[in-house]
Ligand binder design. Structure first.
Ligand code: PEP
Ligand code: MG
Length: 569
């Protein structure tokens, strides 16, 4: 029996099914006589939920990055949300109903609001609210919560859906795979499965109907396949496939500590993208040669107040010191688009990706921007800092932001604060206008970093969060390649460094092509660095250089891929 779903995390697992049945929790309405007692029951359940989540947060702090930990901190915030609490207690008091029912009524209202939203991100956040409310209701009803930390035999978890904190608790030494009927590619459950490197396939139709407890099962997170009761021959094939996959992973360790050099002798740098100082463990483990993109807006998310200047200074200093003189590019905040900061009450827009995003907001909120610049400049003495502005569409925007930076620097100097004398200031090329005007911008900027996620979204006019339009995400489309070539040429002509820090940097073809076009460094999630270093060591980039016009003149991304495959056959 063979089922198919979305591949979420690479790897092959062979084990027995651990079927997690979603128990129907009894939330039927019951009239009660003592609302006080029911409210006490509800409050005790909230406290218990918060304590349980605290234990999950502790596990995360040991195992994961702060980004992951924040997911559960957000869950804790949801569990203790005063507004929801008040609404639930009001329902209990005024309608004289049981706590479990009141929770369901109120939470359903929240979930419906999320689910009706166009944005995939918010629809997937409904899953967070749902998982917190299930835990809360279980605690009200006294239903035991499964202890995932206690799994001590090899299993593949099969479930309707699995909450992020449930995945975070498992030990990957025993849990060989995760298969679910629900789930999205950008859901937090998917992110955690990837961080833990557990083979995972989500969105498998008919999974719960088909799977039987303890049944023999194979999960193929590379292809998105689930196979039940495979015959010995097929099992053998999958064992081979798993061994090959593991060998490839181990082989990557051989390039740890090596320089990044292509087969034809080109010397490049592979840098890491991070979202907070907690990611530094991954950065060192995977041997990044610097930080190419620190997405600082993540310091502002999942909290109810802005981080102070001192708090930001400590975060930037920690990253600079940890990198010990290696380059660190810190990007000033990029909010708007799909990154909202609720407590800033940013006005809703028709087209947030085409709206008041990133550098465009700095003039509206000078204190926010200035505070960040002060923190960055104060931290500059602790390492090799470069500062980068996001979403620049015109030369004037960049010049203006740079002037603000100079003003803030002068203020600090006047206050007697020491600031590094040499801080390169660059910009992200993410808007087609700035790619087209790269020659002019190169005269103003100290470096460029190409943000392909946005550059592709804006070139193709395809919302990067839309699943339906994901086919238009084409890093190798000739129009995208032409823009990248133009930017690399302009930077090299002016003699300024040019990097790529979008997801395409780690793409097996797009990364090397961009280097062949004159980009000097690639910045990516830390776990992709060694694979790219190994790939480059095996690639003669001159094959692309000599044939670059054929790629640029191709009619489609498909043709570009076919050409590349022919060059390297
Ligand atoms: C990009 O747009 O490619 C980029 C790196 O920035 P972000 O993904 O944070 O928008
Ligand atoms: Mg971007």
């Amino acid at each position: 029996m063979h089922l198919k779903g979305m591949p979420i995390c690479k790897g092959i697992g062979l084990a027995n099914v651990l079927k997690v049945e979603t128990l129907a929790l009894d939330t039927t309405m019951r009239k009660i006589t003592d609302p006080g007692q029911e409210i006490a029951l509800f409050r005790a359940a909230v406290d218990k939920t918060i304590r349980q989540l605290e234990a999950v947060i502790d596990i995360c702090r040991q195992r994961f990055t702060v980004e992951t930990t924040r997911i559960f901190e957000a869950h804790q915030l949801i569990a203790g949300d005063p507004e929801a609490k008040k609404a639930i207690e009001t329902v209990i008091k005024e309608e004289k109903v049981n706590a479990a029912h009141a929770v369901k009524v109120v939470i359903d209202r929240y979930i419906n609001t999320f689910q009706d939203m166009e944005d995939l991100y918010f629809r997937e956040r409904a899953a967070d609210v749902r998982s917190v409310s299930r835990r809360l209701i279980k605690n009200i009803l006294g239903v035991p919560v499964i202890d995932y930390t206690a799994i001590r035999t090899p299993v593949i978890i099969v479930a309707e859906d699995l909450a992020p904190y449930e995945i975070a608790q498992v030990d990957p030494a025993y849990v060989k795979g995760i298969a679910t009927e629900q789930g999205g590619k950008t859901s937090h459950s998917a992110i955690i499965a990837r961080l833990m490197e557990i083979p995972a396939v989500f969105g498998i139709n008919g999974l719960m109907r088909t799977a039987k407890p303890d049944q023999d099962v194979i999960i193929d997170g590379l292809a998105g396949d689930i196979i039940f009761d495979a015959d010995p021959e097929l099992k053998h094939d999958y064992e081979d496939k798993r061994a090959r996959f593991e060998q490839e992973k181990t082989a990557l360790l051989s390039v740890k500590g090596e320089a990044t050099v292509s087969k034809d002798g080109g010397r490049f740098a592979l840098h890491a993208n991070i979202a907070s100082p907690y990611d530094l463990g991954h950065v060192h483990e995977h041997d990044a040669e610097g930080i190419g993109l620190f997405r600082t807006e993540f310091l502002f998310l999942n909290r109810t107040t802005l981080p102070s200047e001192d708090e930001q200074y400590e975060a930037y200093k920690a990253v600079l010191e940890s990198m010990d003189g290696k380059p660190v590019v810190i990007r000033t905040i990029d909010i708007g688009g799909d990154k909202d900061i609720p407590h800033l009450n940013i006005a809703l827009e028709q087209n947030p990706f085409l709206g008041n995003r990133a550098i465009r907001r700095y003039g509206d909120d000078p204190i926010l921007f200035k505070t960040q610049l002060r923190a960055l400049l104060r931290a500059s003495v602790h390492g090799n800092l470069s500062i980068m502005f996001p979403m620049v569409a015109t030369r004037d925007e960049f010049v203006q932001a740079r002037q603000w930076l100079d003003t803030v620097r002068q203020e600090l100097v006047d206050e007697g604060v020491t600031v590094s004398k040499n801080i390169p200031v660059g910009l992200m090329i993410e808007v087609p206008s700035s790619a087209l005007a790269a020659a002019s911008l190169a005269k103003e900027a100290d470096f460029f970093s190409i943000g392909t996620n946005d550059l592709i979204q804006y070139t193709m006019a395809a919302d990067r969060t839309s699943q339906k339009l994901s086919y238009l995400y084409q890093p190798l489309h000739p129009s995208v390649l032409k823009l990248i070539k133009m930017v690399a040429d302009a930077a090299n002509k002016q003699g300024i460094p040019v990097a790529v820090c979008g997801e395409a940097a780690s793409d097996e073809w797009a990364g090397p092509v961009m280097l062949a076009f004159g980009v000097r460094s690639l910045s990516m999630i830390p776990t992709s660095i060694l694979a790219m270093r190994k790939r480059l060591a095996e690639m003669d980039l001159s094959l692309i250089k000599t044939q670059q016009n054929r790629l640029l003149e191709a009619d489609s991304e498909k043709e570009v891929k076919t050409l590349l495959e022919t060059f390297y056959r």
